[in-house]
Ligand binder design. Structure first.
Ligand code: NAD
Length: 540
């Protein structure tokens, strides 16, 4: 299925083209129609006004119909009805759908990797990492959902005579909004636990990457997911995203901190819950005793994976003064050796940026830093000869407080290198700014690195790994502190957040309180004796 180099390097008459045409050769009109049918767009009459631009060739991808706010309302209403049947299935029956989806995804991964690359331009290896992540999430929650959500017996207010248990109730319809940078992983990674918990889902496709989401939805149908249990709406975030947030029973948002605040305000007004996975400005600390080769490898992986368009990617590198120069020289050599470019194969380490807007933002951050005195150690420029939105992997030094790049999220292939005197300065610098998503520490002294990690205000800290170990550990919570968000994905929290805890309390005594004939004074005395006794017995 994969588009080969030969398919894409020559035009129809065999002459070389400036950029490789982006559309994967196997994507034909019949396939596009089979995906478009998953857009909830009855009210808009099936119009096709939304077209993104493919980063590989700066040409339109393929139009998809646009949803209206009325379509959003209809999808949520249909979801409410479908959810009752879906929630009534056994957890095993729901898990079987997800495991079938897993198998189909693994078998047909080349299709979705092509679509991910076509729509947002990343290198193929990074597209495959999305397959790996989704496969892992699918398997994990399909196998563990029932135990994560199992009823829990707790001690009743009156021991023995009461029975109390905590159960988990699905919210109903969950609205999921996610960005373009991981169209497969963020397109379905939260949907799977939401569905396994017994919810229906309505997802808003990102305008840059709708086809990938529609392909996933079609695959879920093949796996046996009923029609209205998961709907997809399309359209601009401010209109369609808002319509969704204002209608559903729980909101799962991934995106920028600025939009996250707006989403949180809307959810708060309706008193519905929301999880918010937002931006970061993630630091990596290299201690004096670090293995520099491993530290360089980790820094390159974490700085340039997904062309730097990854929420947990590293943007700030804080290096102990004793090893700063040696680390800098090895880092610059490693970055210079990266294979930059675009294509539907594994020939490149770093792909294109996703859009003209991304290229403009990255260029503006670097240009502003250079104009204010930063030095480019390598990279620092766009490469239109390699692709319309390709930007060279870049390392800067001399970045200071007044530069946009110092505190603001760049979200591109750009690292700022800082020299620090000791652990104290490393911690202080790591904690600068308002974000707190992810961090890394490289050190031969793991206990010392762990002590340092506990002082860094970040949802995850990797020791001797650049960024992916914590986020790739599906049993561990992943999310941000401060401006990086609220709530967590992965682990128990990653599925329990899609439920409401409900307490079921049974009395064998009848109503709790003074029994007939007992005075309030006597009841109070008995209650006080019980308090004293339980305290003496050390009962929790
Ligand atoms: P964005 O906030 O502009 O958009 C994200 C999504 O929200 C898009 O689909 C958009 O259409 C939609 N949207 C826009 N306005 C909306 C509104 N008012 N109501 C509801 N939805 C709305 O984000 P972006 O710039 O496209 O994505 C990159 C950002 O996402 C970066 O800041 C990155 O760090 C963050 N991100 C975070 C994580 C994480 O797990 N913490 C993961 C990936 C990306």
């Amino acid at each position: 299925m994969t588009s080969t180099r030969a398919d894409t390097t020559l035009s129809e008459n065999g002459a070389p083209v400036r950029y490789r045409p982006a559309r994967p050769h196997w994507v034909d009109d019949a396939r596009l129609a089979s995906w478009r049918r998953w857009v909830a767009c009855a009210e808009s009459g099936g119009a096709a006004p939304l077209t993104a631009t493919a980063p590989y060739d700066d040409r339109p991808t393929a139009p998809v119909p646009s949803s209206t706010p009325g379509d959003v309302a209809a999808a949520v209403t249909a979801g409410r009805a479908a959810q009752r049947h879906w929630a009534a299935l056994t957890p095993k029956a729901r898990a079987e759908v997800v495991l079938r989806f897993h198998d189909l995804l693994v078998a047909r991964q080349d299709e979705v990797m092509d679509l991910v690359q076509w729509e947002m331009g990343k290198a193929r290896f990074h597209a495959w990492q999305e397959v790996l992540q989704v496969g892992t999430v699918a398997r994990h929650y399909a196998r563990r959902a029932a135990s994560y959500l199992a009823d829990k017996r707790v001690r009743g207010a009156i021991p023995v005579l009461t029975q109390v248990r905590e159960v988990r109730v699905p919210h109903g319809v969950v609205g999921i909004v996610s960005p373009w940078n991981y169209p497969l992983y963020l397109g379905v990674g939260d949907t799977l636990p939401a569905l396994l918990a017994g919810n229906a889902v309505v997802s808003k496709a990102d305008p840059q990457t709708p086809l990938t989401l529609l392909w996933i939805r079609a695959l879920m149908a093949e796996a046996g997911l009923p029609e209205h249990v998961w709907s997809v709406v399309t359209g601009p975030g401010a209109e369609i995203g808002t319509a969704l947030v204002d209608t559903v029973d729980y909101v799962c948002f991934t995106g920028s901190t600025a939009t996250g605040r707006v989403v949180a305000e809307h959810a708060a007004r309706r008193l519905v819950g929301a999880s918010l996975e937002l931006g970061g400005k993630n630091p990596l600390v290299v201690r004096a005793d670090a293995d520099l080769d491993k530290a360089v490898r980790g820094t390159v992986d974490a700085g340039f994976a997904n062309t730097g368009q990854m929420c947990i990617h590293i943007e700030r590198v804080l290096v102990h003064a004793d090893v700063h120069d040696a680390f800098r020289d090895r880092l610059v050599a490693a970055v210079g050796a990266l294979r930059v470019g675009q294509g539907y194969d594994y020939a490149h380490d770093v792909g294109s940026l996703a859009s003209a807007a991304q290229l403009a933002k990255v260029s503006a951050h670097v240009d502003d830093a250079v104009a204010k005195g930063a030095t480019v150690l390598c990279g620092g420029r766009a490469r239109p000869d390699l692709g319309p939105y390709v930007y060279e992997p870049t390392v800067l030094t001399g970045v200071t407080g007044g530069m946009d790049l110092c505190r603001g999220e760049t979200f591109g292939p750009v690292l700022a290198l800082y020299r620090v005197a000791d652990d104290e300065e490393a911690v202080a610098r790591a904690n600068e700014g308002t974000y707190g998503l992810s961090a890394s520490v490289f050190s031969a002294d793991v206990p010392g690195a762990l002590r340092l990690a506990r002082r860094i205000r970040a949802g995850s800290v990797n020791i001797n790994d650049g960024a992916l170990l914590a986020a790739g550990t599906v049993e561990a919570p992943m999310g941000g502190m401060g401006d990086s968000g609220l709530g967590r994905r992965s682990g128990a929290e990653g599925i329990r957040k899609f439920t409401e805890p409900q307490t079921l309390a049974v009395s064998r005594l009848g109503p709790v309180g003074p029994p007939p004939g007992m005075s309030a004074e006597k009841f109070v005395a008995l209650g006080n004796r019980q308090l004293t006794l339980l305290r003496r017995l050390g009962v929790r």
